[in-house]
Design a binder for this molecule. Structure first.
Ligand code: NAI
Ligand code: MG
Length: 487
């Protein structure tokens, strides 16, 4: 029974408050499961209101000193955090693969991206400034950008480590302190991140974590009167619930609520690149990606060629435990998500779409005890079908034909979401026309996941609002004060 996992994962992970993890004690716990085989990895404290109160109090107490620490000092700590993340890469990659189910390659990307957030924001640390406003000779006016105080971050399970860093790094850089509530299925690496940050010199209380269920710990955190700003990534209904809870405190929000992103291949695209791009856009992290290119719009003249090649590529994907280096697609992270994807496979068939490859749960040696889904492609999809309108959040691609640029724009925008879009064309005029006309926060041309930590990221329409990443994210965590004075 003592396998590698017990060497690397501790037997208990609890909330991380005021610089240390709580003791196991008599806390209520729930299990964190390895989705690749159903085994229990560790137990997680089921925190609630009292842990949230402690974490927020710690963050509130740490706030003035952290706010007043010179930017250059904040930046130096951030660089040490980035270094420590990199030093711990092997262990973090293993833990994230184990807990989430994702492949080592996907986990590696998450860990490196987290380090990049801290490096990127370290560089900005001593470069934030306000403006002066000319009011004539008699007055002086300038702005100060001030933090909110305690920020709350509700993180989902699909890229936990990376998403925690994505929120916390800019919030702290802006001078706020933070309390993070990781998703119940993937709490381990967020606690590891807080611990690494403190080991790297971040003062206790600046970065706290409360583990627990969304309806307990999450709900208590977002409605806490001492929280000044909330960032949430996850589903639309939970986003709406958090918005309602935030109304009580009139707290501003950043909401990143997923999508049904169109990835559009024109007849003049470099097809080899476009096909590879379409393949990764839906299959990375087993499709559990907010920005996944889940609707593939293909010009009729190249439709069959594109689909044939994608079917061939999908049928060669090796499924298996993410922790095995040979696995090319891992397990579905949560039990609910595993059920949901299978329901959509049924819904698509009933709506009259045709399964070109995949279409069910994957079975076989190494797979039966886990939550594996065959990478699936539906063809003959109408954009009005549920499999084209609703976020499936799995390795399920809906392919839709189009004949004209006009039609491509119309189909692309015929969705309640507006997170990301991909455009594959060699026609520069068309690329820029599409970029302007598509209703989405990100449009990527000739490379689906083109943006890095530097590029602002967020949604139009029901994909949410506010921007993460880049300089934009820092301004989300600052409020403007105008100081005006008669001379
Ligand atoms: P969810 O939105 O319910 O969970 C995300 C986070 O919110 C978790 O940390 C959860 O504990 C927390 N939470 C839940 N209820 C809360 C509440 N009342 N107050 C505060 N926090 C709360 O998502 P779920 O149920 O895990 O997945 C459902 C669907 O959401 C997926 O099938 C997918 O379509 C979408 N999703 C989108 C993500 C994205 O990246 N935009 C990430 C994860 C899920
Ligand atoms: Mg897990």
């Amino acid at each position: 029974m003592l396998s590698t996992k017990t060497r690397i994962a501790e037997s208990f992970y609890g909330s991380f408050i005021d610089g240390h993890m709580v003791d196991e004690g008599t806390n209520r716990t729930f299990d964190s499961i390895n989705p690749a085989n159903g085994e229990v990895i560790t137990s997680i404290q089921a925190g609630g209101k009292s842990e949230v109160d402690d974490a927020v109090a710690s963050a509130k107490a740490a706030f003035p000193a952290w706010r007043d620490l010179p930017g250059v000092e904040k930046g130096r700590i951030f660089l040490k955090i980035a270094e420590k993340i990199k030093e711990n890469t092997e262990r973090l990659v293993y833990l994230e693969s184990l807990d989430n189910g994702k492949t080592r390659m996907d986990a590696q990307f998450d860990v490196m991206t987290s380090a990049r957030y801290f490096e990127y924001y370290a560089g900005l640390a001593d470069k934030l400034a306000g403006e002066t406003i000319p009011l004539g000779d008699t007055h002086i006016s300038y702005t100060r950008s001030e933090p909110f105080g305690v920020t709350a971050h509700i993180v989902p399970w699909n890229a936990a480590f990376q998403q925690a860093a994505r929120g916390v790094a800019p919030a702290l850089l802006a001078g706020n302190t933070a309390v993070v509530k990781p998703a119940e299925d993937t709490s381990i690496t967020t606690i590891e991140l807080a611990r690494i940050a403190v080991e790297a010199g971040l003062p206790a209380g600046v970065f706290n974590v409360v583990t627990g269920l969304g309806r307990d710990a999450g709900a208590a955190l977002v409605s806490h009167p001492d929280v000044g700003r909330v960032t949430f990534t996850g589903s639309v209904p939970t986003g709406q619930e958090i918005m309602r809870a935030s109304a009580e405190n009139l707290n501003p929000l950043t909401l990143e609520l997923g999508g049904k992103s169109p990835n559009i291949i024109f007849e003049d695209a470099k097809l080899e690149d476009a096909i590879r791009g379409a393949f990764f856009a839906i299959n990375i992290n087993a499709g559990q990606v907010c920005a996944a290119g889940s609707r593939l719009l293909v010009h009729s003249s190249v439709h069959d060629q594109v689909v044939d090649k994608l079917v061939e590529m999908n049928s060669q994907i090796k499924l298996g435990p993410g922790t095995d280096a040979a696995s090319q697609m891992g397990a579905i992270t949560t039990a609910a998500q595993f059920e949901k994807i299978q329901e959509y496979l049924e819904i698509g068939r009933n709506e009259g779409a045709e399964v070109a490859v995949g279409g069910s749960r994957a079975t076989g040696e190494n797979l039966d005890a886990g939550r594996f889904i065959q990478p699936t492609i539906f063809v003959n999809v109408q954009n009005s079908m549920r499999i084209a309108q609703e976020e499936i959040f799995g390795p399920v691609l809906s392919v839709i034909r189009f004949d004209t640029e006009e039609e491509a724009v119309q189909i692309a925008n015929d969705t309640r979401y507006g997170l990301t879009a991909g455009v594959w064309t060699q026609n520069l005029g068309r690329a820029h026309r599409m970029a302007a006309r598509i209703q989405a926060g990100q449009v990527n041309v000739n490379d689906y996941f083109a943006g890095g930590v530097q590029a602002p990221f967020g949604g139009f329409k029901q994909s949410g609002y506010g921007r993460e990443k880049g300089v934009h994210a820092v301004s989300e965590y600052l409020q403007t004060k105008t100081v005006s004075m008669k001379l």
